[in-house]
Every structure is written in C-alpha cells, then in structure tokens.
Ligand binder design. Structure first.
Ligand code: TAP
Length: 494
C-alpha cells in the first residue's frame, strides 16, 4: 500500500512519482509512497497561507500555542521506540543513535514551547513624547528542507521554532528518508495543530524543493544540506529578498596536542568521525596530531578503529551501520581511490566488509588515511562517510593556519590539558562550534551553525524562535498637545 503524504492537513497520495524507502542494511523496501507534485506544492502553500489567518494559529496566545508544542513533545516521547525503529529502517543508523535523535526531537519541541511561552516583547528606551515597543509577528508560511542523515532531529529543529512563532510550515524531507517527517505531521495533528498549518511534501529536491523555495508565499526557507544546494537556495532567496538559514557541509579539524589525555582523545576522535558512519556534517574528518606523539597516538587510534563494531543497525551493540545507499557508498569509495591516487597510505579500512548481512547492505569499514597534504582534495572535500585523514603538526601557528585552510567552518575539536591553549586556539579557529576535550555533544539551548561555506544563520538557542518572526516597531504617542507641525487652531491664535 502506498503511504500518504500531507497536503495542508489532507492525507492523500501525492500526484508525483512513486518512490520506495529502502532499508540500507539489506535493501528491503520499508514503504512506498506517491510523492508530491507541483500542484500539491501550490495547493499546500496556498491553503497554509489561508490557514495561518483563518485558524487563528498566528494570533493564538503564546501559552496556548506552547501547550500544543508541549503535547507534540510528549507524543514523541510516548511513541519514541516506534519512531526510533522507523528511523533505523529509513536511513540505516544504529538503533542507539536513532533513539537519541528521537529524544532530541522531543527536547526540541519542549524547548521551543518554553521559548514561545516566555518570549518577551520589549518597551525600548523612548527619546520623545512617545512609548516605543519592539514586537514580533509570524512570517506566514515558511519552509523546511532537510537532508537524509538525521531526519526527525533536523525536522524538529525547524518545525518547532517555526510553529512556536505562529507560522505555517511546509516540510520537504530528503527523498531517501521521507517517513519521519510524515510521522511528525501526524503527531502535530494529534496534538492540536490546526489543519493546514503543517504540510509534508516528499519529492525530488530539484523539482519539489525548488518549487517550494521559489513560491512567492514562502517567506523563509530553513535549509540543511549540501553547500551547492544551499548556494542555489541563497540565489533564489536573494531574488525574493527572503531570509534563509543554511546549515551546510563541513570538513572539521580535530586537534590532539601532546599534553592531551590520550584515552579521552582516542575515544573522542573515533566518535567524532565514525559515529553515524561519518554521515554527519560535523564529523571530525581532518585529524591534526602534534608530531611528538603522532606515531604512538596513531597506533592506538588505528587499533581501536579496527575494533569498532560495524553491523546490524537493529543490534544494541552496533556502533556503525550501513551507509545510506549503495550509490553513496560508491561515492565514498571514489574518495578512497582518490586518496590513494593522491599519495595517501591506508592505515585501516578502505573496503566493504564481507559476510551474509554485509553482502546485502551498503556497509563500509572505518577508514584512516595518512601521508596526505592538507591541500589535497581528500583533505579538503567533504566525503560524508567513515573516512579520516590524519596529519602531523609541529607548532600552534602552523596548526591554526592548516586547520583554518578549508572552505568550510562548521566545527572543530581540541584535545589538551592546557586550558589557556584551548582558549587561544579555540578563539582562533574559524568554525561555528568548538569542542574542547569532547566532540559532537549537543544542547538545544546553544546556537548552532557554520562559517564560510558551512552556511549562514544559526538554529537552536532560546532566541532561535526570533528567526521565524518579523520584528516590528510600534510608537505610541503620549503628547498632551498635537505635534508642533501644522497650525491646528485654524489661524485663530487667540
Ligand atoms: P542535498 O543534496 O543538498 O539535499 C538536502 C535537501 O535539499 C534534500 O531534501 C534535497 O532533496 C533538497 N534539494 C536538493 N536540491 C534542491 C533544490 N534545488 N532546491 C531545494 N531543495 C533541494 O544534501 P544531501 O546530500 O541530502 O545531504 C548531505 C549534505 O548535507 C552534506 O553536505 C552535509 O554536510 C549536509 N548536512 C549539513 C548539516 C548541517 S546542520 N550543517 C546537517 C546534515 C547534513 P533530495 O532528497 O531530492 O536530494
């Protein structure tokens, strides 16, 4: 049976092509759906625009809107296991990771419910006989376009603040992973979000995503995905004078100084690159190790990498599941071949594991290269897979120059016991996030985003809700007398 999509609250089969969501661990079909058509896009957006006004969602008192978001959060928690299992099938991540992503989605709705309920509008210092206020209105209809690597968490990060601010939202999930966004739409409906306020339109990015972005009633796009797509969306946004947030790619440096706690560093570096099979924008994919400890550290790292448990995503023990698709595995393999061509030496990995389960899914082994210069393509381009490049460094100045020598600036990691050095280097790194003696930890209350080609704008954080509003200034005249401009006495000055 074909899964329905959600066109402004109406569950029906889309007018577009049929598409199957494939379980990457064994190639079986999880669900099939008829995707959205351009007509579905136009209908969803036009109905959403009417719904913002007709349902009163945009003008609902904040504590009442917050109540709906709290209920969404609770429904996600109530259905957590089913959602985590569905997400495992949708993109093949290990169950331990998909459980964490579901929990993060619930936390995100809870957080933005609180942000909505407690958001203050301000009376600003007045400079005359008037009262001045700064207030925030919803934008109207906004769009979320999300990638396949962390569905539900990516979608929640956009849907929660957009809904909290009183907007309607059109969600375009990645074609490879449409199912979690559709589940979220069901929970929104159950929690009391009025009909028409949420639509989920699975379909191809270049057709459906593009049509959503260009639609004149879409007032903002929140995008997570590749830099090339982000740049295209930025061009469309420039033509429309539309705000966007772009969370894009990364090639994040992780730095191990010779005074680091090496147990922590080995574990943190491996987690940084190999969790999520490296399919993570923040993967710590460029490793810089101080030369004095380089060989000893690499020996420990490689030995530990070879022990990582690659396997069935349904198993609690699995640390690395398959890559999202056979096609993506081939892309990763292409990069490994490139690394060898560029003179890299493989310290571990670089192959498909073999065996019954492995032969059916798109698995790949944790892979570590050395011997490559930082300016090679292997060190500069985002691979989005379980491939780490390791480089030795001698001094701090050279390290910072190399670490910042990247078109990306999403995240970085520093391993050292010297807090002054960590501060100095952390401030010098041109990245949106710096982790010190930890990696890939996340808090919804802390803003997130990149610099350079890693994107513009920030998501998360208490003020993230304001990104989905239009600031407005209001002046209230308090003069006892008319403004001293026109003669209102009719010339009778007596
Ligand atoms: P993209 O190809 O950019 O796809 C992301 C989303 O954009 C998908 O839903 C895609 O639809 C859609 N899309 C494609 N072309 C479009 C267009 N012309 N107009 C509007 N939408 C369009 O990226 P991906 O390969 O799925 O994801 C991997 C990339 O995302 C990596 O570069 C990674 O670093 C980045 N990423 C970044 C972050 C953050 S927070 N910075 C987080 C996760 C991932 P389709 O499904 O049809 O492709």
């Amino acid at each position: 049976m074909l899964e329905s999509i959600n066109v402004a609250g109406e569950w029906r089969q889309g007018g577009g092509d049929h598409y199957a969501s494939i379980y990457p661990a064994d190639g079986s079909v999880t669900a099939e759906l008829a995707q959205a058509s351009i007509d579905d896009v136009n209908e969803a957006i036009e109905r959403a625009d009417r719904a913002v006004h007709q349902t009163g969602w945009g003008s609902l008192k904040p504590h009442l809107r917050a109540g709906v978001l709290y209920r969404i959060s609770q429904l996600i928690r109530d259905r957590a296991e089913a959602l985590a299992q569905l997400q495992r099938r949708d993109n093949g991540k290990p169950i331990s990771e998909t459980r964490a992503l579901v929990a993060s989605a619930a936390d995100t709705f809870q957080f933005f419910a609180a942000a909505c309920e407690t958001l203050e509008e301000t009376i600003t210092p007045s400079r005359g006989d008037y009262l001045t206020m700064s207030v925030h209105d919803p934008l109207g209809v906004v769009a979320a376009i999300t990638p396949w690597n962390s569905p539900i968490a990516s979608e929640a990060q956009k849907m929660a603040p957009a809904l909290a601010a009183g907007n309607a939202i059109i969600v375009k999930p990645a074609q490879a992973t449409p199912l979690l966004a559709l589940e979220l739409a069901k929970l929104c409906e159950e929690a009391g979000v009025p009909r028409g306020i949420v639509s989920v339109l699975p379909g191809s990015g270049s057709i459906i995503g593009d049509a959503i972005t260009k639609h004149p009633l879409i007032k903002r796009v929140a995008f997570t995905g590749g830099t090339k797509t982000g740049r295209h969306i930025a061009h469309v946004a420039a033509d429309k004078l539309m705000p966007v947030s772009l969370e894009l790619g990364g090639k994040s440096p992780t730095i191990v100084f010779d005074d680091a706690d090496l147990d922590h560093a080995v574990s943190g570096v491996l987690y940084g690159i190999f969790s999520s099979s490296g399919e993570s924008c923040i993967a710590g994919s460029r490793l810089f190790v101080q030369r004095r400890i380089y060989r000893a550290f690499m020996d420990r790292l490689v030995a530990a990498a070879a022990q990582l448990r690659v396997g069935d995503p349904a198993s609690e023990q699995t640390q690395m599941g398959p890559l999202v698709s056979q096609a993506h595995r081939e892309t990763v393999e292409g990069y490994v071949a490139l690394g060898l061509e560029e003179g890299g030496r493989l310290l571990t990995g670089g192959k498909r594991p073999t065996g019954e389960l492995f032969d059916r899914g798109s698995f790949y082994t944790p892979t570590i290269f050395e011997g490559l210069a930082n300016d090679t393509r292997t060190c500069q381009e985002e691979i989005f897979g379980p491939v780490l490049v390791a480089l030795p460094f001698d001094d701090e100045a050279n390290l910072i120059a190399q670490a910042n020598d990247s078109v990306y600036g999403l995240a970085s990691g520093i391993w050292t016991r010297d807090y002054k050095k960590a501060w100095r280097v952390g401030r010098a790194l041109d990245t949106g996030t710096v982790w010190i003696n930890t990696y890939k930890q996340f808090s919804i209350s802390t803003p997130f985003g990149g610099t350079k080609d890693a994107g513009i704008g920030r998501e998360k954080g208490r003020l993230g809700i304001l990104e989905y509003t239009r600031q407005k200034s209001m002046y209230w005249g308090m003069n006892e007398a008319p403004l001293p401009w026109a003669d209102v006495t009719g010339g009778d000055a007596s």
